[in-house]
Design a protein around this ligand. Structure first.
Ligand SMILES: [Zn+2]
Length: 488
């Protein structure tokens, strides 16, 4: 048994001011065949898991390239094609294969390609042949297009948000692909379009219960795998939206019925999946009204993980204007400011301009006398078992407000973003993190309370605020909830 594995992944925010080229991938994560470390990353789970399973179960794994870029704007056409063709050439060289494992994100858009994953999977099929089993793992913030779902034999999405389960889902995918190659199962997919889009953290109800329900349904009554495709609001593509995907062992009618049933629950609970979020000024007031800190306040509107620049200054400016103390905010992406802080060293005070640079949605830069309180070279933060780069960093203090500046754009995942630059979180009242929900796993345990606010950055949660030209405005919340429909 011969299985080929590769990875090509990013999450494209169609409205991000940050261009995405092949270099953006190479600077964030690029492993040539055999170079992948012995540690999984979010989108390379299938290759990493298959490496161990190949040894245990006696199949041969042929490794292809793995690419990941931090979410930003559409990938340049030539860059997408060069990475795609690199993987396809490796697949051709690996023939004959019985199976192909792809670690994708699922919300990648390139100039000229609204559905990169659908395009890649179709080309993989052409090369690998009709009998090969194609298994795909994706992030739930994907666009589950008809083309890609029909193109693959088995699609499995992470269930958890924060995505702490990428390795478990990769294990399941490898298991199903190997069984399908042995003809022990005949995977058949059902895909239901909920005609809506929302944000679905699974660290709270009703998302928590929905994950448990999906898991309970698997492994019985011919149900092999159940996934919820949350959709990705910042991706301006025709098939954007929330979809339920069920893979059965040759039980299409059962899969269809289950996908419809789960879709009905998603629709019924629309608007209740994400917690209420406050204006950022109200969030500051609410945080300081708590008897004890730290109150962790997330700002999803400037989440680098969703393609925002992470250099919006609104909340920092307001904390300073209101004279708040024991406050921290981070991470703020500003490589130039980080460089200046490294030049002067810890303990130095300098007149620094930082933040507010990449677009009008970043707000204005802040000019202040700042003290450098900590410096870090080549910083990494933890996210589950994965390590994610934040690069050089600097901790600065302005009165009672401390800020973590970073040189490599990323969202707040682990607390290392602050710890590494000598910012102590446990003594703070207000801990502001630029993240939608991935912060939760590391920050909830240290928080007296978790709040969510709209920092008025470039990636608001409210889908109605985006100037879509391709995404459907006929679905909820743009319109009254239309009927759902089976897509596959
Ligand atoms: Zn995601």
């Amino acid at each position: 048994m011969r299985i080929f594995a590769a990875s090509l992944a990013t999450e494209t925010n169609s409205f991000s001011p940050i261009p995405t080229s092949r270099e953006s991938y190479e600077q964030t994560m690029y492993f040539r065949p055999g170079e992948h470390p012995d540690r999984g990353t979010l989108c390379t789970g299938p290759l990493w898991v298959a490496r161990r399973r190949a040894k245990q179960e006696g199949f041969e794994l042929i490794e292809g390239s793995c690419f990941w870029a931090e979410p930003s704007g559409p990938t340049l056409q030539a860059s997408y094609e060069s990475m795609r063709d690199e993987i396809l050439d490796q697949l051709r060289a690996a023939l004959p294969v019985d199976g192909v494992l792809l670690g994708l994100h699922g919300a990648m858009v390139a100039h000229g390609y609204d559905d990169c994953e659908g395009d890649l999977i179709a080309r993989v099929r052409e090369i690998a042949g009709a009998k090969a089993i194609i298994g795909v793992e994706m992030d739930p913030h994907c666009h589950l297009t008809e083309k890609r779902v029909r193109g693959a034999d088995i699609t499995v999405l992470f269930k958890e948000y924060p995505h702490t389960d990428f390795a478990e889902r990769a294990e399941e995918l490898v298991t199903l692909v190997v069984k399908a190659i042995r003809r022990d199962i005949k995977p058949v997919t059902s895909l239901y379009d909920c005609s809506m889009i929302d944000v679905y953290p699974t660290s709270r109800e009703p998302g928590r219960g929905f994950v448990e329900k999906m898991k309970r349904l698997e492994g019985r009554d011919s149900v092999l795998s159940v996934s919820l495709g949350h959709g990705f609001t910042q991706g301006d593509v025709p098939e954007q939206g929330t979809r339920v995907l069920v893979v059965t062992d040759d039980a299409k009618a059962r899969g269809d019925a289950l996908a419809r049933e789960l879709g009905a629950e998603i629709r019924e609970k629309r608007g209740t999946w994400y917690p209420e979020y406050l204006s950022y000024d109200d969030a500051i007031t609410a945080a300081y009204a708590e008897p004890k800190g730290p109150v962790v306040v997330a700002d999803p509107s400037d989440n680098a993980g969703g393609g925002a620049a992470s250099d919006n200054t609104n909340i920092i400016r307001r904390l300073i204007e209101r004279g708040m103390s024991d406050a921290v905010v981070g991470p703020v992406w500003d490589p130039v400011a980080v460089q200046f802080c490294h030049a002067v060293g810890v303990g130095a005070t300098l007149a620094l301009r930082f933040g507010g640079k990449t677009s009008p949605a970043s707000g204005l830069p802040i000019d202040a006398e700042v003290t450098v309180i900590g410096l870090m070279k080549g910083g990494m933060q933890s996210f589950g078992s994965a390590k994610v780069k934040f690069g050089d960093a600097a901790g600065i203090r302005i009165g009672g407000v401390e800020i973590s500046l970073i040189a490599h754009r990323t969202q707040a995942l682990g607390t290392e973003i602050f710890d590494a630059v000598n910012i102590e979180l446990s003594t703070k009242r207000y801990v502001g993190v630029k993240s939608t929900n991935h912060f939760y796993a590391a920050y909830a345990p240290i928080a007296a309370k978790v709040l969510y606010c709209d920092g008025e950055g470039p990636s608001p949660l409210d889908a109605r605020k985006y100037p879509f030209t391709k995404a459907r405005r006929t679905i909820w919340p743009h319109a009254e909830l239309p009927e759902g429909r089976m897509v596959v």
